[in-house]
Design a protein around this ligand. Sequence first.
Ligand code: DTR
Ligand code: CA
Ligand code: ZN
Ligand code: ZN
Length: 318
Amino acid sequence: MKLSAPIRTLTAAALLTTGLLAAPMASAAPTPERPGAAALAAPDIPVADVKAHLSELQSIADANGGNRAHGEPGYKASIDYIKAKLDAAGFTTSVKEFTTGGSTGYNLVADWPGGDEGQVLMAGAHLDSVDSGPGINDNGSGSAAVLETALAVSREQLKPAKHLRFAWWGAEELGLVGSQNYVDSLPEDERSKISGYLNFDMIGSPNPGYFVYDDDPAIEKVFKDYFAGLNVQTEIETEGDGRSDHASFLDAGIPVGGLFTGAGNSKSSAQAEKWGGTAGEAFDRCYHSSCDTTKNIDETALDRNSDAIAHAIWELSS
Ligand code: DTR
Ligand code: CA
Ligand code: ZN
Ligand code: ZN
């Protein structure tokens, strides 16, 4: 059962009076004095807030030639939008430039102050679209969900054991260029501090599947257990090896995981049985097309995956 914020706070308050939960920890991370303390549950991520970010990204594309692609004004405007939200929420942000295809690209990296800087948990999404459309599912959905999770960390003033870092990548559609540039630019001692990278690329497909990356068993289990708690069956993501930004981290020996709701492949009858939707149709029939707009989103999938991201961040950073 997912606790809504008031009940969750009451539970925490009630626990405080019993002494079972030491104040003032926002996340009751295990300590030598409290080895068994469990992290507090992540808050619900309001899907309306995630969709509001998607509307902004749609407006940005509409005002900039219909896309948010690498090298186009709509991409930099997308970076500026997300950076402004994070700066206002107390994150330490940096925009890192790179060049590919004769154009300047941008990665946005946002650190949440605090936590053990020797153990960095990262979550990211590529922010660029293809040239042919606004890229709302691919990958406004991942970008908006990661943004709203970061904002929830700020709202809750989370004090995780690990250091949290969030990232929005450029030029994924040109071949994982932004994320590869980031990993390549990290000194080895910085790279070795990254305890895990969570990738979210297409998490609101209109005919959704619920796919979990199986690259790291521990990360995979966090997501699978979460969806099991919702009574939502999951499948292992099998088409993605090398197909999104997690590959840049995996190739560097960093544990990775993530979620995916499907692209151009068709949903089978068996999958439609367990997930609903339409068998024989693509998970996202607007993949890499001009119709990948705010109408090209399944709200339930976006909501479930946004909440799963928050759960994983709270769980894996405790
Ligand atoms: N390459 C991604 C879409 C994509 C295709 N297969 C997977 C598997 C896992 C994540 C993403 C994808 C893109 O077009 O951005
Ligand atoms: Ca939610
Ligand atoms: Zn794509
Ligand atoms: Zn993508």
